[in-house]
Every structure is written in structure tokens, then in C-alpha cells.
Design a protein around this ligand. Structure first.
Ligand SMILES: C[S@@+](CC[C@H](N)C(=O)[O-])C[C@H]1O[C@@H](n2cnc3c(N)ncnc32)[C@H](O)[C@@H]1O
Length: 213
């Protein structure tokens, strides 16, 4: 989700972004956007029932399943208002028709995950169970496979997602941060050349109006 765009589209709503890294864009933001730099594993810095909608994108694969299920998800549900929704959006890190540079980045990512004890596939297999265990209702999954060539925004998103992981991945690339950025730029050029496609999944669930903790 492009926070700035959404905030401009819905000026009467308040939007809050969080990330452990200082990735908040430096451009002027609409007045209804705030950003907090925080480690969400240290507890979300918001009171109970604060938000109507929580959108999480390309984040869950950073954490072991047990942390997502037993720590992060209950905290997310805590700050959601009764009747509010959670949307988890994740792109399958293994693209279809990957070129050699994209494949190199994917390999770095897989290695980094494995070194943190994370097996990405099991996250998605268990997502419905995680929603259920946290008493969320109306679970729904939407899955799409899209060629990068059809969606300019997806290429920009590929670039910004891998750049956001610069510090996590440079130790696996053997490159300096500047060289790493160049690898990512070159990988993004392959997306059209190789007719690469990506699969994106969105998982939705609602907090019931009456919620038993
Ligand atoms: C793949 S990027 C996705 C960034 C953004 N959500 C997007 O879709 O463009 C994953 C992000 O998760 C952030 N992250 C990783 N661990 C985190 C933590 N413990 N608390 C907050 N953010 C974290 C990273 O800093 C990185 O920006």
C-alpha cells in the first residue's frame, strides 16, 4: 500500500506506518500520515482497540512462525478495534521466470531466512490456522499471479522491497551497500527481459464485535 497515496485519497482518515528502519519517505507527506520507527517485536506502541484496519505487507516472512502466531498476531489483534480488519499481503519470494540476477537475490533472501530458522512456505500453509487461533472471523484468501511487465508499480515495489532489505542482505551478497543497490537495479531490469511473474497473496480476517481474550 502506498501510504501517501491512500492518505490523499481518504483525507478524513488517519494513517500510521511503522518500521524498525528509518524508511519513511523524505517527501512532503499528507497531514493525515504519521510514521513511527519501532521494533514491532518489542510490543506495538499503541493502546488496545486503536485501529479500524491493519495492513501488513512483505513482513511476516522476517519472523519465525511461532513468533507470528503466539506474539505478533495477538498484539496486532489487541490494537484492532472490534469489527476491524487485518490484511496480510505477501509476495512469494520465488518468482516465475527469474533471470540470473533476480535468482541471486532470491538465493540471498532464502539463505538469510534459513539462517534465522525461517521456512517461508510453512507460514502461508498455516495462515488460516493463525487467524482462527486468534479468534478472527470471515477468513479469506486472494491469490494472483501477475507478470511484472503488466504492472509498473510492481517493478517499483520490487526495487523498494529489496532496497528496504539492504542491511539484512548485504552480509549475504559480499557487496557494499552501494554495490548491493546496483545489483537490485540490474535485477529490476531483468523483470521485463525474462518476462518474470510474481504471485501475491492477501489474507483477510475480521475481529468480532465481541472479542474474548
Ligand atoms: C520486505 S520489506 C517491506 C517494506 C514495506 N512493508 C513494503 O511493502 O514496501 C520488510 C520491512 O520489514 C521491516 N522489519 C523487519 N523486522 C522488523 C521489526 N522487528 N519491526 C518493524 N519492522 C521490521 C524491515 O525494516 C523492512 O523495511
Amino acid at each position: 500500500m502506498n501510504l501517501s497515496q491512500k492518505a490523499s485519497d481518504y483525507p478524513l482518515s488517519e494513517f500510521t506506518g511503522v518500521d524498525v528502519a528509518p524508511i519513511f519517505p523524505s517527501d512532503v507527506m499528507p497531514p493525515n500520515v504519521t510514521f513511527k520507527q519501532c521494533d514491532i517485536l518489542e510490543g506495538l506502541p499503541y493502546s488496545d482497540c486503536s485501529f479500524y484496519y491493519i495492513h501488513i505487507k512483505d513482513l511476516f516472512h522476517h519472523f519465525p512462525l511461532k513468533i507470528i502466531r503466539d506474539q505478533l498476531f495477538p498484539d496486532l489483534v489487541r490494537i484492532l478495534k472490534p469489527g476491524g480488519w487485518i490484511e496480510i499481503q505477501d509476495r512469494d519470494p520465488n518468482m516465475i521466470n527469474a533471470g540470473p540476477i533476480c535468482k541471486r537475490l532470491e538465493d540471498m533472501l532464502s539463505l538469510s531466512f534459513l539462517n534465522h530458522g525461517i521456512h517461508i512456505k510453512s507460514h502461508y500453509d498455516d495462515m488460516e490456522k493463525i487467524f482462527e487461533q486468534n479468534n478472527l472471523i470471515k477468513y479469506r484468501l486472494e491469490k494472483k499471479t501477475i507478470p511484472y511487465a503488466d504492472l509498473d508499480l510492481a517493478i517499483q515495489d520490487y526495487l523498494s522491497t529489496y532496497k528496504a532489505m539492504r542491511f539484512a542482505l548485504t552480509e549475504y551478497s559480499g557487496a557494499t551497500p552501494e554495490e548491493y543497490d546496483e545489483i537490485v537495479e540490474n535485477a529490476s531490469k531483468e523483470l521485463i527481459e525474462y518476462n518474470s511473474e510474481f504471485s501475491s497473496s492477501k489474507y483477510f480476517g475480521q475481529k468480532p464485535m465481541v472479542y474474548d481474550i
